[in-house]
Ligand binder design. Structure first.
Ligand SMILES: [Zn+2]
Length: 239
């Protein structure tokens, strides 16, 4: 049984809010929430990405050597993140296509959360109906389970050494959700959003023009619900 839990550090108004974006693959943040990332980084929020795999299976080219695609995709992800004002990108390098919400992954993420103390986490909605990609389900679930673990004294207590303490994330924004209840007006950031997507040349190279149309179309559809030109929608959880 835990004894006399201490309150996690309080968020103070003079600290810029820290945001951790957790995705399964390089390009998930750009497809899922890049407009909001750009808007928030411009507003002074400090943003970091955590990618659970390096997307090493994201190609049908048999000539690519093992590791080559992962290195390329990490490079693409760093470039896109830099464009959007993201301060730091971390790759955990779990196997692409085989990601599982294991205790080990949860432990890794809880440790990152306890060290980096994000006020906000953005990740994939693991409960979206008919979400086929197992990595996307696993990434969202692992992120949420780690958020829960990070705030509890009795989970992974071996991490609580020195000045590392439990950390309570205040808000979660789930992207690719079927039940959005929060919208961010990203009209100002659409060009940056598209441009960041072009950084993922190994994934979008030949279909960029069509993709750009689709991204605009989708953002306008969401914008209609939000009462603005272009928007991104999220399921927002407040703790
Ligand atoms: Zn993905």
């Amino acid at each position: 049984m835990p004894t006399s839990p201490k309150a996690p550090d309080e968020v103070t108004s003079d600290v810029p809010e820290r945001v951790m974006v957790i995705g399964a693959h390089p390009d998930d943040p750009e497809f899922g929430c890049a407009g909001t990332v750009m808007k928030w980084s411009q507003a002074g929020r400090r943003i970091q990405y955590v990618l659970l795999t390096s997307g090493d299976k994201g190609s049908h080219d048999p000539d690519l050597r093992p590791g080559q695609l992962a290195a390329q995709r990490e490079e693409e992800q760093r470039a896109a993140a830099t464009d959007l004002g993201v301060e730091r990108v971390i790759f955990l390098r779990h196997p692409d296509g085989l990601l599982q919400n294991t205790l080990e992954l949860r432990r890794q993420l809880a440790d990152l959360i306890r060290h980096d103390k994000p006020h906000i986490v953005m990740t994939i909605d693991p409960w979206r109906h008919y979400q086929l990609h197992p990595d996307h389900r696993a990434a969202g679930q692992a992120a949420l389970d780690a958020i829960y673990a990070a705030r509890e004294w009795y989970i992974f207590p071996e991490q609580l050494v020195g000045d590392v303490e439990p950390w309570r994330v205040k808000e979660v924004y789930l992207f690719w959700t079927g039940e959005p209840d929060y919208w961010e007006d990203i009209t100002c950031c659409m060009e940056a959003r598209i441009s960041a997507l072009t950084r993922h040349a190994s994934q979008v190279g030949l279909r960029m023009e069509k993709l750009s149309e689709r991204v605009y179309e989708r953002a306008r559809e969401v914008g209609e619900k939000a009462g603005c030109d272009c928007a991104e929608g999220f399921k927002r959880l407040v703790f």
